[in-house]
Structures are given as structure tokens and as C-alpha cells.
Write a protein that binds this ligand. Structure first.
Ligand code: FES
Length: 110
């Protein structure tokens, strides 16, 4: 198992409404539906918008550019014009939010 990455504290999350973790050139965003935290690839598979800027609606996050919808828990795309994005496991210990850098689900190889 890969070492968990520290995303920030719950207080940090409350201040920003999201957290970002970088793995080399990729970003992972931590977002929440108000009940639990989710970690997703922060680049939309359609044209690369930052996913964390999207709206959260009914268990999905909606891309701010062209409104593609992705399931928060899995990164699965619900729209044909966007493919799935990676999702990651989130661990909360005390006040700290960690992300496992190993994707839980990955889009299929092209
Ligand atoms: S960039 Fe996300 S739907 Fe187009």
C-alpha cells in the first residue's frame, strides 16, 4: 500500500470548500457532499476543467465547464462525452484528511 498523502485538516477544508493534493504533475481534489469526503482526479476527462470547481448534486460532481457529471464515490462519468476519472480512498484521522495515492478505480486504458 502506498503511503497516504496529507491533504490538510478539516479546518482547512471548511475554509476553502475543497483540498488539493499533487502527485507529480497530477492533482487530486478532495470534495464533500456534506456527509463524507471524496477524492477525485482534478482534471475533467472532457477538456480538462478543474473538477473541484464543480457543483455537487445528488451524489455527483458536475463539471463547471460543460456540465459532465461524475459519481463522487467512483469517478464514473454519467455523460457520453466524458470518460471516467480516477477516484481515491480518503482516510480521516483526528482532524487530518489523507488521500491514498493509489486510485480505487481507473479509467480503462485507451
Ligand atoms: S471540461 Fe468538463 S465537461 Fe467539458
Amino acid at each position: 500500500m502506498a503511503e497516504l498523502l496529507r491533504a490538510g485538516t478539516i479546518t482547512d477544508f471548511a475554509a476553502k470548500g475543497h483540498l488539493i493534493v499533487k502527485i507529480s504533475r497530477e492533482e487530486i481534489c478532495v470534495v464533500s457532499d456534506g456527509e463524507r469526503f471524496y477524492a477525485l482526479e482534478n482534471s475533467c476527462s472532457h477538456m480538462g476543467s478543474q473538477i473541484h470547481r464543480g457543483d455537487i448534486v445528488d451524489g455527483n460532481i458536475v463539471c463547471p465547464w460543460h456540465r459532465a457529471r461524475f459519481v463522487l464515490a467512483t469517478g464514473k462519468s454519467l455523460d457520453l462525452y466524458a470518460s471516467d476519472i480516477k477516484s481515491y480512498r480518503v482516510v480521516v484521522e483526528a482532524d487530518v484528511i489523507y488521500v491514498d495515492p493509489e486510485p480505487v478505480s481507473s479509467p480503462p486504458a485507451p
